[in-house]
Design a protein around this ligand. Structure first.
Ligand SMILES: *[C@@H]1O[C@H](CO)[C@@H](O)[C@H](O)[C@H]1NC(C)=O
Ligand SMILES: *[C@@H]1O[C@H](CO)[C@@H](O)[C@H](O)[C@H]1NC(C)=O
Ligand SMILES: *[C@@H]1O[C@H](CO)[C@@H](O)[C@H](O)[C@H]1NC(C)=O
Ligand SMILES: *[C@@H]1O[C@H](CO)[C@@H](O)[C@H](O)[C@H]1NC(C)=O
Ligand SMILES: *[C@@H]1O[C@H](CO)[C@@H](O)[C@H](O)[C@H]1NC(C)=O
Ligand SMILES: *[C@@H]1O[C@H](CO)[C@@H](O)[C@H](O)[C@H]1NC(C)=O
Ligand SMILES: *[C@@H]1O[C@H](CO)[C@@H](O)[C@H](O)[C@H]1NC(C)=O
Ligand SMILES: *[C@@H]1O[C@H](CO)[C@@H](O)[C@H](O)[C@H]1NC(C)=O
Ligand SMILES: *[C@@H]1O[C@H](CO)[C@@H](O)[C@H](O)[C@H]1NC(C)=O
Ligand SMILES: *[C@@H]1O[C@H](CO)[C@@H](O)[C@H](O)[C@H]1NC(C)=O
Ligand SMILES: *[C@@H]1O[C@H](CO)[C@@H](O)[C@H](O)[C@H]1NC(C)=O
Ligand SMILES: CC(=O)N[C@H]1CO[C@H](CO)[C@@H](O)[C@@H]1O
Length: 691
């Protein structure tokens, strides 16, 4: 319960701020006093290197309130060198700090600084300009520069933190340029919230002349209150056509669009893609959507946009509205942006990475294959346009589409975003407790197409020298087949085991020889190949020394000319028959009592390479041990898998089981095939009689 209360208070404070901030900023201010040159003398004395004072502790400012301070850390004369000191530019670095020494949390604070030396702010860390103006920022634009904590907008109390200075102090470091070295400190430092009285500004003396501070104490006329507006009122203020929360519908993939922080002209959104499907994976996902309100992406972390640039803004309404803005660093201004995941090496990049679940090259596994990689997330700072310049006016984009560019991907169709109750989140700064999103939308995407398989399974066993190969046209028959004519209807014919190491289109000779040796009858023309990039052979090995167990050897052969990284196989077995025991060289995990998930045993085998130049397929092999139950027979195919999925894609299964001997297969074939065989045999007999 504590979390929603904090949030409400915060939103309430913001609301209050938005009421009071406006008059504060627009009330004409009397000219701020210009301090005499004396400070400049001190400043020159304390510039780095010139410090000869032995007293190094800064005077402890006695403050039971919120201590605001500003420390000029360094200042260097920069070119062009001027004769006139007032026009001389100096590069400076400064730290603006807030320290909570009071009894309640300072939420979504706004620090106002009155600069007096035409400062241009070029860098900022630990905070941001409240209105999210981009840097560099010309401080002459208004009386005060307004800063907010970012990423952490709140300051807890010393009581709540055991007095931990790292938690009760917020440092905003600023770098920039100022003009003239006379008295280079800001002339005023205050909190925007009128419930604080920040009038007693003090300046450091002597060695500490580069330091100014003010202790803000609660203003008796505006005592800050813990609860200002009710929960319902807060959410009522969030303006969107969809007023009611919708349920979160299930789907194969869900996309959450969560607003984490909101400012008048911009908001910070986090987009999370979650794989809810049991088996399938996404590779190199691409997410796109359509902005509805002329928004644009100022910056993005954890992903990148396929197109970078702001030309569409410059010549659009955005360029007109944000006239003072330098658009060079705006990430993307497309109406339909496309976002892609970053490669793993960007994960630790402090500029674009460091978002939980980011940076995996767009691969999202099913949860049961990799419980730490079934989501992808990224954050973006979105700039809004009139008439939406209000913290509470939030709209999600729509028309989400997600695609996966891997050769084994499904196609998805996404719903329109639905407004849902706000999601809970880890704090964006990663520091404090979970917080709640300001607003959340939910999109569900479902698999639309059943695509033709890309893989097929063949069976073989110790008790038969032949292999029951992949089905004819298991992965679809090409419209025009090359090579000798073949039958797309005839069932696949038995082949010798060594023929598995040849691609379907190179097996003809072996097929013919094998048929002759084993007195098999072949259809004419011969059946077409499987046309699959991946062949998976399931071979039942002889019983082990222990009669109760048998082994199955699984071989994956990749005839494609590309590789599969981090592959996995899902095998559905007959639950009544076998219980998995152990596997060699592949990692096996079981889900339920009938599903095995097989992954590479080590990092070297996690890569299934493609076919080599000399036509050897890329291969991975594993042996799985099963316990054999009493009333089951391997010869009846009871040791064969029921279904096999490669990377979540269902593979085509063979046309039958492999019987005891090769020659007996004819009798075991389906009625239709037997009929064909009988006819052919009769025909052959007739011909022989005729001769
Ligand atoms: C400190 O430096 C100032 C000028 O740089 C000098 O006048 C003063 O004597 C020095 N004080 C000490 C204690 O060295
Ligand atoms: C150092 O500064 C503190 C606080 O201003 C003061 O109390 C103390 O006397 C100073 N010590 C010296 C040696 O100047
Ligand atoms: C400002 O004061 C600190 C001591 O708090 C000192 O280390 C630093 O050198 C001073 N910087 C300037 C620019 O005078
Ligand atoms: C000046 O101070 C800023 C802010 O404290 C800091 O980021 C920067 O590295 C400093 N520059 C030099 C030259 O010390
Ligand atoms: C900052 O703005 C003022 C007027 O608002 C202008 O005169 C000045 O040139 C600007 N400074 C820079 C560096 O753009
Ligand atoms: C804030 O800055 C001061 C010096 O400027 C430093 O001593 C302190 O550790 C900083 N605190 C945090 C929380 O970064
Ligand atoms: C700073 O600005 C605030 C708000 O305008 C004002 O109340 C306060 O007196 C100013 N302080 C100083 C030292 O000028
Ligand atoms: C300002 O400082 C004076 C003297 O130090 C003190 O009497 C007064 O109460 C202070 N006022 C505020 C608002 O802090
Ligand atoms: C996708 O979602 C549908 C409906 O939620 C579900 O029936 C199906 O099993 C899921 N998975 C696949 C691979 O279609
Ligand atoms: C643009 O980005 C570059 C690199 O991040 C940075 O050096 C530059 O200061 C930025 N410019 C503006 C106008 O923000
Ligand atoms: C990421 O994808 C790129 C291009 O698709 C590929 O070159 C790279 O090897 C991949 N990296 C990893 C770690 O998978
Ligand atoms: C309106 C607004 O910006 N509220 C934010 C204040 O800070 C909290 C974090 O504590 C955010 O969750 C709110 O969104």
């Amino acid at each position: 319960m504590a979390i929603p209360n904090q949030k409400h208070l915060l939103l309430g404070l913001l609301f209050l701020l938005s009421i009071f901030l406006f008059p504060t900023l627009t009330t004409p201010q009397p000219d701020l006093p210009i301090h005499p040159n004396s400070i400049q003398r001190h400043l020159l004395q304390v510039l780095p290197g010139s410090n000869n004072d032995t007293n190094t502790t800064r005077p402890d400012v006695d403050c039971n309130g919120i201590l605001l301070s500003y420390n000029l850390d360094n200042m260097t004369r920069i070119r062009p060198f001027m004769k006139d000191n007032d026009s001389q530019p100096f590069g400076f670095g400064a730290t603006a700090s807030l320290q909570n020494s009071y009894t309640f949390t300072l939420r979504n604070y706004t620090l106002l600084i009155a600069f007096a030396h035409r400062e241009i702010l070029v860098g900022m860390a630990g905070g941001m300009l409240t209105e999210a103006y981009p840097l560099p920022y010309n401080t002459t634009k208004s009386q005060f520069v307004s800063l907010s904590g970012y990423p952490n907008p709140d300051l807890p109390t010393p009581i709540a933190t055991g007095g931990d200075l790292n938690k009760v102090v917020a440092n905003i470091t600023l770098t920039g340029t100022l003009f003239g070295s006379k008295d280079p400190l800001p002339t005023n430092l205050t909190l925007a919230d009128p419930s604080w009285d920040c009038t007693n500004m003090t300046r450091g003396e002597g060695k500490f002349a580069n330091f100014t501070s003010v202790c803000c104490i609660p203003n008796p006329n505006h005592m800050p209150k813990e609860e200002i507006i009710s929960t319902d009122e807060i959410y009522d203020r969030l303006i969107d056509p969809a007023t009611d929360y919708q349920p979160r519908y299930a789907g194969n993939i869900t996309i959450s669009y969560d607003v984490l922080l909101t400012y008048a002209g911009s908001y910070l959104a986090q987009v999370t893609i979650t794989n809810k499907d049991g088996l399938t994976r996404l590779d190199q996902w691409k997410l796109s959507w359509k902005w509805r309100r002329n928004e644009f992406i100022y910056s993005i972390k954890g992903a990148y946009t396929s197109v970078t640039g702001s030309s569409e803004c410059l010549f659009g309404p955005q360029g007109k509205y944000y006239q003072g803005m330098d658009f060079t660093n705006v990430t993307n201004c497309q109406r339909n942006p496309t976002v892609l995941d970053l490669p793993p090496w960007r994960n630790n990049d402090s500029d674009v990475g460091r978002i939980p679940y980011c940076c995996r090259n767009g691969t999202i596994f099913p949860k049961m294959v990799n419980a730490s990689a079934y989501k992808s997330a990224f954050q973006m700072l979105v700039f809004k346009m009139p008439p939406d310049l209000d913290r509470f006016r939030l709209y999600s984009p729509d028309n989400f589409t997600i695609t996966s560019t891997s050769p084994m991907s499904h196609q998805y169709k996404c719903s329109e975003p639905m407004r849902v109750s706000p999601n809970d989140f880890p704090d964006p700064s990663g520091l404090s407790l979970n917080s709640t999103a300001v607003a959340s939308w939910h999109v569900t995407c479902n698999i639309t197409s059943t695509i033709t398989p890309k893989c097929c399974v063949s069976f073989s066993a110790y008790y038969n020298e032949s292999v029951m190969p992949c089905r004819t046209c298991a992965c679809g028959c090409p419209a025009i087949t090359t090579g000798p004519p073949c039958s797309t209807k005839a069932p696949a014919v038995l082949i010798p085991q060594e023929a598995l190491l040849q691609r379907y289109d190179n097996r003809t000779l072996k097929q013919l020889q094998w048929a002759e040796k084993n007195h098999l009858t072949l259809p004419n023309p011969l059946p077409c190949g499987d046309y699959c990039g991946l062949n998976i052979n399931w071979h039942i090995l002889n019983q082990t020394t222990n009669k109760d167990y048998f082994n199955a050897r699984m071989t994956i052969m990749n005839w494609d000319n590309f590789s599969y990284a981090d592959w996995y196989l899902t095998v559905k077995i007959n639950p009544a028959f076998v219980s998995f025991s152990r596997s060699v060289s592949m990692n096996t995990s079981t889900v339920g009592n009938d599903t095995l998930i097989l992954t590479a045993g080590n990092i070297n085998t996690s890569y299934l390479i493609g076919v080599s130049n000399d036509s050897h397929p890329g291969m991975q092999q594993g042996v799985i041990m099963f316990k054999e139950l009493m009333n089951m027979k391997l010869q009846n195919g009871d040791g064969n898998p029921v279904k096999v999925y490669f990377n979540g894609m269902e593979c085509s299964m063979p046309e039958g089981i492999l019987s005891d001997t090769t020659t007996s297969r004819a009798q075991k074939m389906s009625g239709h095939s037997i009929l064909v065989l009988v006819l052919i045999t009769m025909l052959v007999n007739l011909l022989m009689i005729g001769l």
